[in-house]
Write a protein that binds this ligand. Structure first.
Ligand SMILES: NC(=O)c1ccc[n+]([C@@H]2O[C@H](COP(=O)([O-])OP(=O)(O)OC[C@H]3O[C@@H](n4cnc5c(N)ncnc54)[C@H](O)[C@@H]3O)[C@@H](O)[C@H]2O)c1
Ligand SMILES: [Fe+2]
Length: 389
């Protein structure tokens, strides 16, 4: 069993200012004014651009004489070419800032564009694993507004983008590019359909579980993970049943933000595998995670024993062992109508080795509590394709 050493010296970071509350979206023009943003570019994904609140946001900005437009040529799993197109759009329109709004895809699109908007660098020079580029002119001011609960992607510049040449989903970022604020308004999440409420909510749940299970001394993140898991555990099924329950939507949005912050600590094999399945088969991120979670829990069983009781308390409000935890989790997945194998969402069994090799290189694989060989990954992926729980 892994043990944390409290004699280690560690450096923890904490992200950016967060404004939370129903209808706080109405404060966006004021936030732009305060920060001298006269020409922000709203970046979102293709289908979010037609959501009713997008039109209203543009009108509200206009009313304050803030001339804005929308760039929405971003796919559900953003692709590098789209980010380069976004940079050209930003430069040609002479924008001065970026408002990244949407689910993880829209926000990641906006964040990735912000990394290259003021320079001519290749996006892949910002890959997470590489040393950060030093000689750069400043990044455009960035505001992040999540409309799913969710990826928790609103407090950092990290963005998951598919590298079209490698067929891999990779993380880009820069430590000096931070959102000036994350604006969390639960009213924006009420229009999220039932299936996406379940899938994005499970993504937030998986963030908390994987981050809490990372074997490192990062107490700030652990606290965030447990409080986030508690809010998600007590509200995910409620928002699935009653999508208009704004109180529960609010709890989910805060929960997803907290578990999003908690994975400053790292993630695990659910995300490592899911990123590559998403890159190869274009599957929805949260849905893919939800299918994969049980087999990764089984694989990690012995290494996460010391974390199980706290997670049982946080999510299910009762103590319990691994078997209790596992069966409670699968019960949630059943209630949320999550398919019980990846085959049902289009994943074939002829790319298992390719997926395993790619997953082993994902940064989330490095923080999984149990080291996985390519053969281990192949076994997990094989099971999740046929019988995931
Ligand atoms: N950067 C990070 O830290 C991080 C973390 C986790 C996931 N991600 C990335 O985020 C993406 C997944 O994000 P997601 O799960 O939020 O889904 P998503 O952003 O792909 O959105 C899914 C669908 O929901 C729609 N939608 C979004 N908000 C809506 C609303 N309020 N009402 C109605 N429809 C709405 C979108 O238009 C889209 O069609 C993946 O690309 C994943 O890799 C990033
Ligand atoms: Fe995720």
């Amino acid at each position: 069993m892994n043990k944390i050493n409290f004699l280690d010296s560690v450096d923890w970071s904490f992200p950016v200012p967060i404004s939370y509350g129903p209808n706080r979206i109405n404060e966006l023009p004021e936030i732009c004014k305060t920060n001298n943003l006269g020409r922000p570019l709203l970046v979102t994904d293709k289908s979010s651009k037609d959501l009713p609140f997008m039109k209203k946001i543009l009108q509200d900005l206009n009313r304050y004489s803030i001339k804005s437009d929308i760039f929405s040529d971003i796919s559900p799993n953003p692709i590098d070419d789209e980010i380069y197109n976004g940079r050209s759009f930003y430069k040609e329109g002479k924008y001065d800032s970026i408002i990244a709004i949407g689910g993880g895809s829209g926000m990641d699109g906006g964040k990735a564009i912000s990394l290259i908007a003021n320079n001519s660098e290749n996006l892949w020079d910002f890959e997470y694993e590489k040393s950060p580029i030093n000689k750069l002119s400043s990044f455009p001011p960035l505001i992040c507004i999540p409309t799913t609960a969710g990826t928790g992607a609103e407090t950092e510049s990290t963005a998951m983008v598919t590298n079209s040449e490698l067929g891999m989903k990779l993380c880009v970022w820069h430590p000096k590019q931070k959102p000036i604020t994350a604006l969390l308004d639960p009213c924006l999440t009420v229009s999220l359909p039932k299936n996406l409420t379940a899938w994005t909510g499970t993504d937030a749940l998986v963030h908390g579980i994987e981050a809490f299970c990372v074997n490192s001394l990062y107490s700030v993140a652990d606290g965030m993970a447990l409080q986030g898991l508690n809010l998600i555990g007590n509200n995910l099924l409620e928002v699935y049943k009653n999508p208009d329950n704004l109180n529960a939507r609010g709890a989910m949005l805060i929960g997803s933000c907290l578990t999003g912050i908690s994975f400053l600590k790292g993630l695990g094999l659910v995300h490592a595998i899911s990123h590559m399945v998403g890159a190869v088969y274009d599957t929805q991120h949260g849905l893919t995670n939800a299918v994969i979670l049980p087999q990764v829990l089984n694989f990690n069983k012995n290494e996460i024993q010391s974390k199980i009781n706290s997670m049982n308390f946080a999510i299910f409000n009762e103590p319990g062992n691994f078997d209790n935890f596992y069966s409670n989790i699968t019960q949630i997945l059943d209630t949320l109508d999550i398919p019980d194998n990846l085959e049902k969402i289009g994943v074939k069994d002829n790319k298992i080795t390719e997926l395993a090799k790619k997953s082993s290189k994902d940064s989330a694989a490095f923080t999984n509590p149990k080291k996985a060989s390519i053969q281990d990954l192949e076994k997990i992926i094989k099971k999740t394709i046929k019988k995931a729980r």
